[in-house]
Write a protein that binds this ligand. Structure first.
Ligand code: ADP
Length: 459
């Protein structure tokens, strides 16, 4: 059990053992002073030696408890509580016996300090359970009444406070009964009130502790959220820097082409070629902006547009004609393999279309003429599985995770196909993940790549 989770009764007991020991030092000093005072007021009546010895015995066992209590911190929480509980019971029993002995040797029922039992009842109620407190009220009553009866019967001697009380009253049954009854009822009432107050306080303390723990949990959650927000913010800054850089390049190129023409460095017969280059760079930038917009809108679109059951196999069929033409123009063969009875997934038609288009156009882009591209749809118990495999240039293992990051393009890809934003796979990953799916790549340089994505089935 952690210290935080300890019930308040456990924690307070450990602390209050020390408090009780400190209080007992005061009690020993108080008892010695009272004995000295009584000896002055009632000289040669009290057995001073015995009374002082009892006070010293209290001091000795208090020293023992003091040393034991210092060891408590070494125990585990549970063991510490158990040890504290044993110590609390032992101290209360010893205190009750010591008080009874002190009373016996200083007049028994004649001694007004008998009401010191009340203090012990309050201590028991503070330290222990209600049941234990009532048990100790019973023990105190039994000790006190037992002492009175034994004295009245002459079994043990009675020490009369000569000059303070009449010598014979300790043997009068009615007097013994009335004093015992008054003390017993005071003890039980005190225990009842003190333990009720303590029980209520403990419930409040427990509620406070619960509230505190709930607060701590919230604080922890908030700290985690804050950390996530910080990371998101860092990523956003990084992304903005990248975007600005990527957007600048085509504009800078267009600007320098136009400046060359305007400054008269380009002969009229070459001007068309330069303008065509500028137009190409402008188109590239439009593509980039379109992809950026798409990337930024995935979440929004998934939330705003009505998601519906989509057959990813049907979407593949619908894009395959356009893609086949594209592949054949480059001298590639496109195969489509679709398992029967493919269940739908929850998405938008448009998003699934983008996934297939991006994966297929990449496969066609990065495969040399004569190669093959195969798109397939299968299923496993929980997901619909889509894949696009090619016999193209492949991706080195160290780049297989990076290609899903924005703007990342391998050197080989750039060399093979100048045009490309490096955003296609980020868009695909974003779409697949927004619908609870996953995408990954298996690839070998020079042999080909296989992109696989899974989306949860609608059952
Ligand atoms: P783009 O195709 O515009 O470069 P993508 O985000 O679609 O951007 O792809 C990122 C990079 O991943 C590509 O530049 C390329 O290096 C690599 N890649 C993607 N698909 C393939 C593929 N089928 N074969 C080899 N490399 C690929």
């Amino acid at each position: 059990m952690s210290e935080l989770l300890m019930v308040p009764a456990h924690r307070e007991l450990n602390e209050r053992i020390h408090w009780l020991i400190r209080l007992r030092w005061l009690a020993v000093v108080g008892a010695l002073l009272t004995i000295a005072g009584a000896n002055v007021l009632l000289p040669d009546i009290l057995p001073i030696g015995t009374l002082v010895s009892i006070a010293l015995i209290i001091a000795v066992y208090n020293l023992f408890f003091y040393l034991e209590a210092r060891k408590l911190d070494r125990y585990e929480f549970e063991a510490r509580y158990r040890q504290s509980l044993i110590m609390a019971h032992a101290q209360i029993i010893l205190d009750l016996i010591s008080l009874t002995l002190l009373l016996h040797f200083s007049g028994g029922l004649e001694n007004p300090f008998m009401f010191f039992y009340v203090l012990h009842m309050i201590t028991a109620s503070i330290l222990l359970s209600r049941r234990a407190s009532f048990l100790y009220a019973g023990l105190a009553t039994a000790l006190f009444c037992g002492m009175l009866i034994l004295e009245a019967r002459g079994i043990i001697p009675h020490y009369n406070l000569k000059g303070y009380r009449a010598p014979s009253r300790y043997a009068e049954p009615l007097h013994v009964f009335s004093v015992s009854f008054a003390l017993a009822s005071t003890l039980f009432f005190t225990t009842y009130f003190a333990s009720s107050i303590m029980a209520r306080l403990r419930i409040k303390a427990e509620k406070l502790l619960e509230a505190n723990q709930a607060c701590e949990l919230q604080v922890q959650k908030l700290a985690e959220l804050n950390e996530k927000l910080k990371k998101a913010d860092e990523m956003r800054t990084q992304f903005t820097l990248l975007v600005t850089h990527e957007l600048r390049a085509p504009v800078a190129a267009i600007h320098s082409y136009l400046k060359l023409i305007l400054d008269g460095y380009v002969p009229p017969e070459r001007q068309r070629e330069i303008l065509e280059r500028s137009e190409r760079r402008a188109r590239e930038q439009l593509d980039l902006i379109a992809d950026l917009l798409e990337l930024g809108r995935i979440q929004q679109k998934a939330a705003a547009e009505k998601t519906e059951p989509v057959q990813i196999d049907e979407v593949l069929r619908s894009v395959s004609d356009m893609m086949r033409t594209h592949a054949e123009e480059k001298g590639l063969t496109l195969h489509i393999k679709i398992d029967p009875h493919i269940p739908p997934v929850k998405a938008t038609q448009d998003h699934i279309r983008q996934v297939w288009m991006n994966l297929l156009s990449n496969a066609i882009k990065y495969t040399k003429p004569g190669g093959t591209v195969t798109a397939s749809v299968t299923q496993n118990p929980n997901y619909v599985v889509g894949s696009v495999e090619d016999t193209g240039i492949g991706i080195a293992p160290e780049y297989q995770a990076k290609i899903f990051e924005e703007f990342f393009r391998t050197k080989e890809a750039k060399a093979m196909e100048r045009q490309g934003t490096g955003l296609g796979l980020s868009i695909v990953k974003g779409i697949v993940e927004v619908y609870g799916g996953r995408i990954w790549v298996e690839s070998e340089v020079g042999k080909g790549s296989k992109f696989t994505f899974i989306l949860p089935k609608i059952t």
